[in-house]
Write a new protein. Sequence first.
Length: 255
Amino acid sequence: MAETEQVAQKTKTAKKPRAKKATVMAPFAYPIDPKTHIVCGVDEAGRGPLMGDVVAACVVLDHEHMIEGLNDSKKLSEKKRNALFPLIKEQAKAWGIGRASPQEIDELNIIGATFLAMRRAYDEMCQNFALPQVNLALIDGNLVPKTLPCYGQAVVKGDSKVPEIAAASILAKVTRDADLYELDKQYPEYHFAKHKGYPTAEHLALIRELPLLPCYRASYGPVKAIIAERSGQSVPEVKRKPDPTPFLLIEPPLD
């Protein structure tokens, strides 16, 4: 009887779910003090999908009252992102959201359109909040847009290192996801809420059978191939505007 009780107790203990570790970002070594300078973080969402806008956000945080739980939006659950979204808007010193359309993506290429969205986010932030001159923009990745009118520094994987970039990644991701949920209501047969526009096998199979909506990016390979197949022509070259390098490559990026 005692042995049976011991086995039952071990089984009961084994079935207890482990508590998830809290997602905490390690302290970041800023090039300048964000308590005495204006430092914004910039990030985007939606470079990889076949459709929809690319969305960017720009955020200046209050380092005297930091927001808990910030991290790369991809590392957070949708529930957590949605909870942080209004907190960032309420508690940040300043924020802005910008976007570039599928048509602009096709004209400029995705890098150029992303940096256009980043500039629009920066402009919205400056227009909506009474900020002095921004001293530094920290941008996720390894490229610094020439479009930003302030000094910029790239941070590889910055959305998981820099709170300002993490906050920007959350604003951009939640905003773009909201676009997809709205499109899903209008066109439920495309399953936008499920695949978020990414080229999953299901998504590719759907667009081979369904009409290509105006929200699709004609310059993206799978979409371009479908357009060519339906027109009975070879894959078309998409004409783009002439600036091939709308960025500065920082070597090495701030890491």
